[in-house]
Design a binder for this molecule. Structure first.
Ligand code: IVH
Length: 677
């Protein structure tokens, strides 16, 4: 029940918001935190507690960065000024020609002032601030019209939610992913049987263009602001002035920006970026050279889609040659055996490369790659090295062709290759590689989310014979862990606690975690929504699964095979006996697909007859959205006993208010309880 907020509390909340935003800036923009993660969490939790208790949330509160419910589709947004692209130069002479054009068009002999910044390889974004508040974030789209991704961009901690500034300003920048986070994400995806992203740009774009902001929030994204769109109520003199202004307002700006006079100095600066490109944590494929002075930029104008005042100098792709020592196979969670090449270590673009995936056995044949071959390896925008081609002239005749393995490299069982499939699989139930991978997947963030049960510890517990199946996880006792390397009283307790908590995961997460081939997070959600409980899936026919609109045949048949297997069902029943009780906020009861609250947004105030969390889940499962603060966009305020200040706000804004019973009527005659497994 919210209490009335007084001056002291307001002040405390304001201070917490201010401090947390400052620490976000230190951490995410400057990369120089001044407090520990634990301290940050304490402040954050205190803020969250006060906000809930007093129903008082400031518009730039860091708690607003998370928690928006998924969307059905993105709305379109028109850019006040078109978002252009850049002309490319591949040699320094082409950069000099650019300078010549600039001078000719301006009718000037004297040297031009240029800025030089790294070119970020991500997704271009426009941030619109009105009255100092971030109101819209949109993608570039076709340059004129993009997509509204505001809720996703808010989850990026480096993006200021509130600034001191003019009435209206459009700020452009690039959302990108650091190389290390990109590689980590891809490893995770491969472990989950999902296709890895080809390069950090695709990873960034794929993470932003997510209908569910929770997925965006789970990806580590950064922003670098480098451009100005429409601005009202103020003027900037130059690019460097504008960047300075952004920095003062705590916007992340390019990692390096030089201002020089004359094109030769600009070329030197670009060369410096190229030579130092490996010291950046992100991928950069070029340097952007811009005429610094804004009035001169205006005079130069735009040709079709590109400004005449800027050029992107593109770096050469990173390539190297090396010899293949061996071609081996690695076994994934689903038993798929993927070939990879082991090279003589070679430095490419500052990184030592000694192996690369060869994707599948057909590809080896298509490219005629043999052990002993000298090959061209490239790391372009892609961080993962790829074998581009074989240098046949270097063949000596001693090269060895490899054939599709007949035995699993991990357990030695015979492998199978299904008709029309490129994948070669080990189908042994006892293959240690698969068992460990399966358990790692089961415990992963997207699955049962058991912190502390990652690759290393699974390997350790497996080797000690402590876990061989999912069930064993729930049989682990603290005493089993004590005395193992890396485990002390506290860490053992933490792991046992995390395992305990996972017993209440959602059915969706569970269905994803058990690793049914082809069932990813989305398919798991569809299954949970449609079938409501695990028991309903036992011995299900593929046709029944195909009744779900978005469901593909491959997924349906693989899920049916899984739930048709007695042994699997025994495992599921054993897990229930061990105490697993899944909640299912994703199911829609009544007629299938009935979503009576579709498109409506709700805010709750006061005490309801049922726990608030459950009511929120119910609203969401029926297509509605729940927010924490009343705004003009709120459709209904659900009013419980002793409502807080939200009621007043709703009245002021003319938002409709309803009781809990009225909400239940809107949904249908239900008791408002989220389903239990
Ligand atoms: S300025 C008029 N500066 O590259 C265009 N763009 O290939 C203004 N990009 O669409 C762009 N880093 O998404 C600029 N430092 C930087 C950049 C940059 C990356 C992107 C941007 C643009 C694309 C053009």
């Amino acid at each position: 029940m919210p209490e009335t907020v007084n001056k002291d509390i307001k002040q405390e909340i304001e201070k917490l918001v201010k401090d947390l935003n400052y620490h976000n800036y230190r951490y995410y923009v400057l990369d120089a935190p001044v407090i520990s993660d634990e301290e940050y969490d304490l402040l954050y939790r205190r803020l969250k507690e006060l906000e809930e208790k007093y129903d008082y949330v400031l518009p730039d509160s860091p708690t607003l960065r998370v928690g928006a419910p998924p969307l059905e589709k993105f709305e379109k947004v028109r850019h006040a000024e078109p978002m252009l692209s850049l002309d490319n130069a591949f040699t320094y002479d082409e950069v000099r020609e650019f300078d010549g054009r600039v001078k000719r068009l301006l009718g000037r002999d004297e040297e031009i002032e240029y800025t030089i910044e790294p070119k970020y390889d991500g997704l271009a974004m426009e941030l619109t601030y009105r009255g100092g508040l971030l109101v819209t974030a949109s993608t570039r789209g076709d340059g004129y019209e993009g997509e509204d991704v505001t809720r996703n961009i808010r989850t990026i901690k480096a993006v200021p939610l509130k600034i001191e500034g003019p009435g209206e300003i459009d700020i452009r920048g690039e959302v990108y992913m650091d190389l290390e986070d990109f590689e980590k994400l891809n490893r995770q995806r491969e472990d989950n049987g999902e296709a890895p992203f080809a390069n950090p740009r695709n990873a960034a774009a794929g993470s932003v263009r997510q209908l569910d902001p929770a997925i965006t929030a789970s990806r580590k994204l950064h922003l670098a602001c480098y451009g100005l769109g429409r601005v009202r109520g103020m003027r900037f003199r130059s690019q460097s002035d504008f960047i300075q202004w952004l920095r003062e307002r705590r916007f992340p700006t390019p990692a390096k920006m030089e201002v020089v006079t004359g094109i030769e100095k600009a070329i030197d600066a670009a060369r410096e970026i190229e030579e130092g490109r490996r010291s950046f944590p992100f991928e950069t494929d070029g340097a952007v050279i811009k005429v610094n002075d804004f009035p001169l930029q205006e005079e130069l104008g735009v040709k079709t889609r590109e400004p005449r005042w800027a050029i992107a100098y593109k770096f050469r792709a990173h390539q190297g040659t090396t010899r293949i020592r061996e071609i081996l196979g690695s076994v994934g969670r689903t038993g798929v055996i993927t070939p990879f090449a082991v090279f003589e270590p070679v430095r490419i673009g500052g990184v030592t490369v000694s192996r690369s995936t060869l994707h599948n056995w057909d590809e080896i044949e298509r490219k005629d790659i043999r052990v002993g071959d000298t090959v061209v390896v490239e790391r372009a925008g892609d961080v993962i090295p790829h074998v581009i081609s074989v240098i046949r002239e270097k063949r000596t005749g001693r090269e060895r062709k490899v054939s599709v393995p007949e035995k699993c490299p991990a357990c030695g069982s015979r492998v199978i290759r299904e008709e029309g499939e490129v994948a070669v699989r080990c189908v042994s139930l006892h293959c240690p590689a698969q068992v460990q991978e399966k358990i790692i997947h089961f415990a992963s963030r997207g699955g049962m989310d058991i912190e502390g049960l990652g690759e290393k510890n699974v390997g350790l517990l497996y080797s000690r014979g402590l876990i061989r199946h999912f069930e064993d996880i729930y049989r682990l006792k603290k005493e089993d862990l004590l005395g193992l390397p890396r485990f002390a009283e506290k860490s053992a307790q933490n792991l046992i606690g995390a395992i305990e908590r996972s017993k209440h995961a959602t059915l969706t997460k569970f269905l994803f975690a058990i690793g049914i081939i082809h069932v990813g997070e989305y398919a798991a959600k569809l299954l949970a929504r449609h079938f409501r409980s695990l028991d309903n899936l036992y011995h299900v026919k593929p046709e029944r699964i195909m009744e779900i609109k978005q469901m593909g045949e491959k997924i349906a048949s693989s899920a049916a095979v899984f739930f048709g297997d007695e042994k699997n069902i025994r495992t599921l029943e054993a897990l229930k006996l061990l105490g697993l009780r899944m909640t299912n906020p994703d199911f829609v009861s009544g007629e299938e697909g009935r979503r009576p609250l579709e498109g409506l947004s709700f805010v709750i105030t006061g005490t309801l007859p049922k726990p608030r969390k459950g009511v929120e889940e119910l609203i969401e499962s029926r297509g509605g959205q729940v927010s924490s603060a009343v705004s003009a966009g709120t459709d209904y305020l659900v009013v419980g006993e002793s409502p807080g200040s939200k009621l007043q706000k709703a009245k002021t804004l003319g938002v409709r208010t309803i009781s809990y019973d009225e909400l239940m009527k809107m949904i249908g005659k239900e008791n408002g309880r989220p389903g239990l497994f």
